[in-house]
Design a protein around this ligand. Structure first.
Ligand SMILES: *Cc1c(COP(=O)(O)O)cnc(C)c1O
Length: 459
């Protein structure tokens, strides 16, 4: 067999024309969403004030195995897709492993991450429904950037509440969003009741994700025909991200490969859910049995130490409640955490798979180990990885080193979700030996669990 190239590209014509809805093949579904207003099971119509109708339907759809990607979205995907599948020859060499390591690289667009795959879909459906404007929050900035790009393309005004310390630490991130025409407001601001209340109490606060979400939501509900959009966690987002796994599977088929192990970083679960979707289908249908691993930060360990319980998907407590692995929607990781993936919960779909033992393994890693893996990867593969993505790199290296011990020639596939150009503060901390790790104690976690909602008759 001739040598597999460094990068396996599909052609434009091979971009999948349908998303794959994993739930259509799951024998058991995650527990129903709960309407926070009534505390009863949410019906489709209950979701309409929160999501565009088409997206609400996708959120609830457990029957359509494949969903056509609208032509307008495909046209946008063609700008930056298909994304390459890469063979990590140099990393393999550095590790002296007999394993074959592949990664699917989603950082080849200006947002620097996979988030654009769902941003463009969400904005398209909003446009189609005649929504006038959108709001969101952003912490690290990838979601805000992706949404700015999509809103610029479909010409919809966008207001982004960006955590104030982030806006100050990452002025270039803010500048990118503004270049695409988004209005970026450091949060807390004096434009909303939520922001004013926090500023009155603490005028010099640097803000938090929770506060930015509350401001974005207040803005959305107080402005006519405006919607708030979320970049992870939801079924609709995992559906859009299935494009990652579908392309990866197709590219691997071309070189006659099939992964034994599939690894992804896990924040809200959208990239992992998207990457594993078609491979999980094989597992559900009994065609193959790849081993799935989720890697999360030790400082925000929702899968490994969270509770499987109903919780709000947002800190603002207006989205439907979902049964998921969660640290409690008021959980905030320790201030020294620079490695991303700070979301309190995990996609209900992935939570269900993990609970049922179909998502095989979850691994929590300290950030200094994550940056060590990131640095080795950067030197070998010439891509500066996002800290989030580097959790998956850590997992892949760990598995490759196991193969070195056993001599097994396993095929490892991991998701390289994005680039880390705007995370140089964290890289600098690591490079100068100033990065510290903090693993929350059980008491720290208990505070978050205390914020779990009480639901009459359910929990
Ligand atoms: C947002 C983000 C993640 C985590 O989000 P998921 O929904 O868990 O995929 C991972 N990597 C990058 C680069 C991101 O921007």
């Amino acid at each position: 067999m001739s040598k597999v190239p460094f990068r396996i590209y599909l052609s434009e014509k091979e971009i999948p024309r349908q998303w794959y809805n994993l739930r259509a093949d799951m024998k058991e579904q995650h527990d129903q969403y709960i309407n926070p207003g009534t505390m009863k099971e949410a019906k489709l119509e209950d979701l309409y004030p929160v999501f565009c109708e088409e997206l609400a339907k996708q959120e609830m759809d457990i029957e359509s195995r494949y969903i056509d990607i609208p032509e307008e979205i495909l046209e946008f995907y063609k700008i930056y897709r298909p994304s390459p599948l890469c063979r990590a020859y140099n990393l393999e060499k550095a590790l002296e492993t007999p394993a074959r390591i592949y990664y699917k690289f989603e950082g080849n667009n200006t947002s620097g991450s996979h988030k654009l795959n769902s941003a463009v879909a969400q904005v398209y459906y909003a446009k189609k429904q005649g929504i006038n404007s959108l709001t969101t929050e952003t912490g690290a900035g990838q979601w805000g950037t992706a949404l700015s790009e999509a809103c610029a393309y479909f010409n919809i005004p966008l207001t982004i509440y960006m955590v104030k310390v982030s806006a100050e630490q990452k002025p270039y991130r803010k500048a990118i969003m503004e270049t695409f025409g988004a209005k970026v407001i450091p949060s807390p601001s004096n434009l909303t009741n939520a922001g004013r209340a926090i500023l009155a109490k603490n005028p010099t606060t640097g803000g938090s994700l929770g506060c930015a979400i509350s401001e974005a939501i207040e803005h959305a509900v107080s402005e006519e025909n405006c919607r708030y959009v979320l970049g992870s966690v939801l079924n609709q987002v995992l559906l859009h991200q299935s494009i990652i796994g579908l392309e990866a599977k197709l590219a691997m088929e071309k070189i006659d490969e099939y992964p034994d192990i599939i690894i992804g970083c896990a924040g809200g679960g959208s990239n992992l859910g998207g990457l594993i979707a078609p491979f999980m289908q094989d597992k559900l249908l009994g065609k193959a049995k790849p081993h799935f691993i989720a890697v999360e930060p030790a400082s925000c360990p929702s899968l490994t130490r969270g509770k499987y319980a109903y919780d709000f998907c947002d800190t603002g407590k207006i989205t439907p409640l979902a049964k998921m692995y969660t640290l409690g929607c008021e959980f905030i990781p320790s201030p020294n955490h620079a490695g991303g993936l700070r979301y309190h919960g995990m996609s209900p779909l992935l939570s269900k798979l993990y609970h049922d033992g179909l998502l095989d393994e979850a691994l929590a890693v300290e950030q200094s180990k994550v940056f060590e893996a990131a640095t080795l990867f950067a030197k070998c593969e010439t891509i500066l990885p996002a800290p989030e993505s580097s959790h998956a790199i850590y997992g892949a290296i760990k598995e490759a080193l196991k193969c070195k011990e056993t001599g097994e020639t396993k095929t490892i596939l991991f998701g390289l979700t994005g680039t880390g150009y705007f995370d140089m503060q964290a890289y600098m901390q690591y490079n100068t030996g100033k990065m510290t790790d903090y693993i929350p104690t059980d008491e720290d976690l208990q505070k978050g669990f205390d914020s779990l909602p009480k639901i009459p008759g359910i929990q």
